[in-house]
Ligand binder design. Structure first.
Ligand code: SF4
Length: 355
């Protein structure tokens, strides 16, 4: 069951409570490069990104916030990512960022943090507090002997109380370490003690299959335990890929079903059709289709007809011809070489979908 959290507001988006678990990514090109950032925001929007974060390392970047906000549109909040400089935090808020993300560990001066809180209150800006294993307070590191889960959680709880004591509660927390075990345990400790919404992810997860596996295990464990209100998969890959993987994790857990799910058999010596090629072709053709459908592609008669019948659409391969099913009914029997075209045509017709 999902952890009960309070609802906070980031731009026009409500986070926490019963709201969906929103998908976030971060701009990867240089923040001052208007053309590239604009293109990346467009790509993220096409991929379904729901919160866009951008690094604000310079005054020049902060000046561009209104322009980037316009590109994001009304529905997608823009979050300014700030390190070290409270002045850039203040400027980003004043320039209209919907949210800022700060790491108190590297701003390291309570009066500056109070100033950020004061300005954020005036502008109704959301603040994400980022606790990172790499920048924990010295006193906490000394107490625990290193960035343990307990140390991370203590820092997160300390800063939560600090913000709440200052009368500011439009906050979200993230607690990051680059290993799954530390991250998951730290989030668990924190989640038990507060109702503050959580942004989750495994930081610096890497790339390719390993990066995705590491993120999926960490994020998956937390989501399965009901922890997490916004999510980002941090990969050394294009930002739109992060968004795709986020949705895949949410869908695999049955939390948000947003795109066609292909149930395909692993194939074996009994296969009558080329399942691997067919499954990939279907996925490619339905890449922009934004509705949950269960599509079964099964290689033979062993599990084929059964699985295909359960699905919204399906193919069960036969020796020379395949059966195309929809919601339990056989729609067509087609020669194997035409099976995939017919399946895609059928889905497009029935679902009235045009690219
Ligand atoms: S459905 Fe048929 S081809 Fe596919 S793995 Fe099972 S037995 Fe093999």
């Amino acid at each position: 069951m999902r952890r009960k959290t309070r609802t906070i507001k980031l731009g026009n988006l409500l986070i926490g409570g019963n709201n969906p678990i929103w998908v976030q990514s971060m701009i990867k090109c240089y923040s001052e490069d208007v053309e590239s950032v604009t293109k990346e925001i467009k790509r993220l929007k096409r991929a379904g990104c729901e919160i866009v974060r951008i690094a604000i390392p310079t005054d020049e970047a902060a000046e561009l916030i209104p322009l980037y906000k316009k590109e994001c549109g009304e529905k997608i909040p823009l979050v300014a990512d700030i390190h070290f400089s409270y002045k850039l935090a203040l400027k980003s808020i004043e320039k209209g960022a919907d949210g800022i993300r700060i790491n108190p560990g590297n701003i390291n001066n309570k009066s500056w943090i109070r100033e950020i809180i004061k300005t954020a209150s005036i502008y109704h800006t959301c603040i994400r507090i980022g606790i990172n294993a790499g920048s924990l307070e010295k006193r906490i590191l000394a107490k625990y002997g290193g960035p343990t889960p307990e140390a991370l959680a203590e820092s997160a709880l300390y800063w939560t109380s600090f913000f709440l004591d200052e009368g500011f509660d439009n906050i979200k927390m993230s607690i990051k370490a680059s290993d799954v075990d530390t991250t998951v345990r730290a989030y668990r400790i924190y989640a038990e003690k507060t109702d503050i919404p959580l942004h989750i992810g495994i930081t610096e997860a890497g790339f390719d299959t390993y990066g995705i596996i590491k993120s999926s295990i960490g994020i998956g464990l937390l989501l399965y335990e009901g922890i997490g209100d916004t999510v980002r998969v941090s990969l050394s890959e294009p930002s739109n890929r992060e968004v795709e993987v986020c949705y895949e994790i949410l869908q695999a857990l049955g939390i948000r079903k947003t795109f066609p799910e292909i149930i395909s058999c692993p194939t074996c010596g009994r296969k009558k059709i080329d399942v691997i090629k067919l499954a990939r072709t279907v996925k490619k053709n339905l890449k922009q289709f934004r509705k949950y459908l269960k599509i079964a592609i099964m290689g033979c008669e062993v599990n084929g007809p059964g699985e295909a019948k359960e699905a919204d659409y399906g193919i069960a391969g036969g020796k020379t011809s395949s059966l195309i099913f929809s919601k339990g009914k056989i729609l067509k029997k087609v020669p194997n070489e035409k099976a995939i075209d017919e399946l895609i045509k059928t889905i497009k017709e029935v679902e009235q979908w045009e690219e």
